[in-house]
Design a protein around this ligand. Structure first.
Ligand code: IYR
Length: 222
């Protein structure tokens, strides 16, 4: 067993209450403006922006600090085309019979279908993988804890970082998406978690007329 080492908490910053109020409100307002976008421009986004967003994602807390995530950021045009083709093949079977009626009904307000042109048009696709176990130096498996939760949190931070940078994103989950392992060369103990499409929205992009629940219905104070 490793003995823990502790360091002073040197990164914490306390703000006067007024400033705390205004920072909390500013972040909330900033996040209220985020919308999931499905119409992307092909305008280039510098890799350094994506790198910083991924650094932010990598700050997520994780089970036993095992950081069970891996991000593959794809801008290669041919690779994006291959991903689109593979995803559309899966999506076609989904919309054409695999999805139960109730699921399609739930999706109806979003206006989605099996066509995924954004996978080719958007400048970046970030495939997020969840590592189910680690591999020690001697080749033995190291169990990971709370993998889904950890990767979900990291993905949330990534989405917030992308939005804060001034870019749009789409959480896309072609199902099944195991094709991402072979296309992106990731080992089988890494499970594709989500494909985040990132870029500028297309000029005149529209979004579905859907709304967020007010605080009263999502939170209870006791
Ligand atoms: N993966 C499909 C279907 C889909 C499922 C859910 I749940 C959504 O919130 C949106 C879409 C697709 O991407 O079209």
């Amino acid at each position: 067993m490793t003995t823990p080492t502790f360091l002073p908490l040197s990164t914490y910053r306390e703000y006067p209450l007024d400033e705390m109020r205004s920072r909390a409100a500013t972040f909330s307002n900033e996040m209220q403006r985020r919308r999931t976008v499905r119409e992307f421009s092909n305008r280039a986004v510098p890799r350094t922006i994506i790198e910083d967003c991924l650094r932010a994602a990598g700050t997520a807390p994780s089970g036993a600090n095992q950081q069970p995530w891996h991000f593959v950021a794809v801008q290669d045009i041919a690779l994006k085309k291959t991903i689109r083709e593979a995803a559309e093949k899966e999506e076609h079977t989904f919309y054409d019979g695999r999805a139960p009626r109730a699921w399609l009904d739930a999706l109806a307000p979003l206006g989605t279908n099996e066509h995924k042109p954004f996978l080719e048009i958007a400048p970046w696709l970030i495939a997020i993988f969840a590592r189910s176990y680690g591999v020690a130096d001697d080749g033995s498996k190291v169990k990971h804890y709370y993998v889904q939760e950890s990767v979900g949190i990291a993905t949330g931070l990534l989405i917030a970082a992308v939005h804060t940078a001034g870019l749009a994103s789409l959480t896309h989950t072609p199902s099944p998406m195991n094709f991402l392992n072979s296309l992106l060369g990731r080992p089988s103990h890494e499970r594709p978690f989500l494909l985040l499409v990132v870029g500028y929205p297309e000029d005149g992009a529209t979004v579905p007329d859907i709304h967020r629940q007010p605080l009263e219905s999502i939170a209870t104070f006791m």
